[in-house]
Design a binder for this molecule. Sequence first.
Ligand code: 2NM
Length: 346
Amino acid sequence: MIQEQISQYTEEINAFATSDAEQLEQFRIKFLGTKGIIKDIFDQFKAVSPEEKRTLGKVLNSFKQLAEEKYNTLKETLEAHAGPGAAAQIDLTLPGEGYEIGSRHPLALVRREIIAIFTKLGFSVAEGPEIEDDWHNFSALNFPEEHPARDMQDTFFIRKGGENGDIALRTHTSSVQVRMMEAGQPPFRALMPGRVYRNEAISARAHCFFHQIEGLYVDENVSFADLKQTLFYFVQELYGEGTKVRFRPSYFPFTEPSAEMDISCSICKGDGCQMCKQSGWVEILGCGMVDPNVLENCGIDSKKYSGFAFGMGIERIANLKFEIKDLRLFSENDVRFLKQYQSVLS
Ligand code: 2NM
């Protein structure tokens, strides 16, 4: 009885061939499945006499082996032929889908250009922490105790009155200049780029953070003439030769004397436009001679050394270059905005 079944199924197995995964699966279920033929024959086998078991056992085992080998061989050939697309009928000769690489952020492009110009004058680049203590952000920089910039309205304080005094998000990268001066002795000639924070309501014209580049040059006999010539060279490189500059007296706690520098409007070339409010001039940075108090606070002999410093907002420079009207665009990361500038500066 069992013998007959086995020889009948052996024929069926030997004759079986398919290149179809579904048919092969049917084959597996029929013979090798948990409710399949082989399981059924093994169940019947339990009931036969011990003498019969000896001969039948061998036949049964090789029958099982036959079914398994058939299944495994067919499965292997099926898998070998079924590359991606074999079943789905994909046209592999079609061109691939291109993928887009990103572009540099306009602020990064402008920052790189500014750094490249000052690098030619021997400036290096330094960075420092965005979370600062009162000393590095205010006190060392000659900000009096009751200066309005220390007000909660202007500064994001993280902790008031801790072990090192107040801890806040830096409001300028001058804190990095303090750290550099504290750590060594002149000459210093460096640029400090970075993100700074001010507690302001966000609008088209103000944001709670922006990006600055400050510069510092300290050595023996550094004069205001050096400051003027350095910044003059900078704007010729950045906005083109023939760009005019003018300095207006100003005030900063950390410089004396202090000035703001305007350039002839790069948009209308001085004729008057919206950007320069019809004046022909636009302000681009603040600067001055480092106050001797600041040098002394950082352990530098103010009788021997003098220096100049300047600071500019990268957004402002980018606005003038690209005529971007709304500051918020810089931090929204809309690729339609970001992609426009890679080809302008590179
Ligand atoms: C500015 C304008 C003027 C400045 C001064 C210093 C330091 F640390 F040397 F005292 N750092 N940055 C400075 C001077 C920054 O930004 C509008």
